[in-house]
Design a protein around this ligand. Structure first.
Ligand code: XMP
Ligand code: MG
Length: 189
């Protein structure tokens, strides 16, 4: 399942179980259903990390919504934001006059979400809000409003449920913290 490695050799500890994640998706989905009642939001998934969260979240949203995706990256394969945000894959949809909801796996410095929110507002969206699963609040360097989030997390590098380390471990069904020695050994390669 995870590149042939035994998972207890990789994960230091679990932060969120599948049940925890389900509970967060159900709560956020219910809130979004209330807040967007009568609207047809354009849900924009941030590739690739948000894919797992987006599929669970949107199935908890009882709305006429549309989906689109965008790949905006400020990260290389490491841990620290490069500070530079670039569009890898742009939206197909025209956001003019739309209520846009950006769905993201995790907000760290806030650079990526700030860039996306400003860009889509500039393109003429009626409203631009975001829903992130995990909020690394203490790491924020940008003043970007996070309208919806599942849980706060500390300054730990998390993987699973869409989140990766060097493009691995996205398919873990739960969210865990990588063992420091795994990070050290893979970073050297
Ligand atoms: P910024 O700094 O722009 O970064 O808010 C957001 C992006 O950084 C990635 N990120 C992580 N990815 N585990 C990950 O797998 C983490 O702990 C983590 N922290 C930040 C993520 O891609 C997010 O979209
Ligand atoms: Mg991401």
């Amino acid at each position: 399942m995870v590149n042939g490695d035994k998972i207890d050799q990789i994960i230091d500890h679990k932060l969120f179980t599948e049940a925890d994640i389900h509970e967060m998706c159900a709560r956020l989905g219910q809130q979004l259903t209330e807040d967007y009642a009568g609207k047809k939001p354009l849900v924009v998934g941030a590739l690739k990390g948000a894919v797992y969260f987006l599929t669970d979240l949107t199935r908890q949203m009882d709305l006429q919504e549309e989906l689109d995706f965008m790949d905006v990256s400020s990260y290389g394969d490491g841990f620290e934001s490069t500070g530079e945000v670039k569009i890898i894959t742009d939206l197909a949809a025209d956001v003019t006059g739309r209520d846009v909801l950006i769905v993201e796996d995790i907000v760290d410095t806030g650079l990526t979400l700030k860039f996306m929110k400003d860009l889509l507002a500039k393109r003429g969206a009626k409203s631009v809000k975001c829903c992130v699963l995990l909020n690394k609040e203490e790491r924020r360097t940008t003043d970007v409003e996070i309208e919806y989030y599942g849980s706060k997390v500390g300054n730990e590098f998390v993987v699973g449920y869409g989140m990766d380390f060097m493009n691995m471990y996205r398919n873990l069904p739960y969210i865990g913290v990588l063992k420091p020695e795994i990070i050290a050994s893979l970073s050297e390669k």
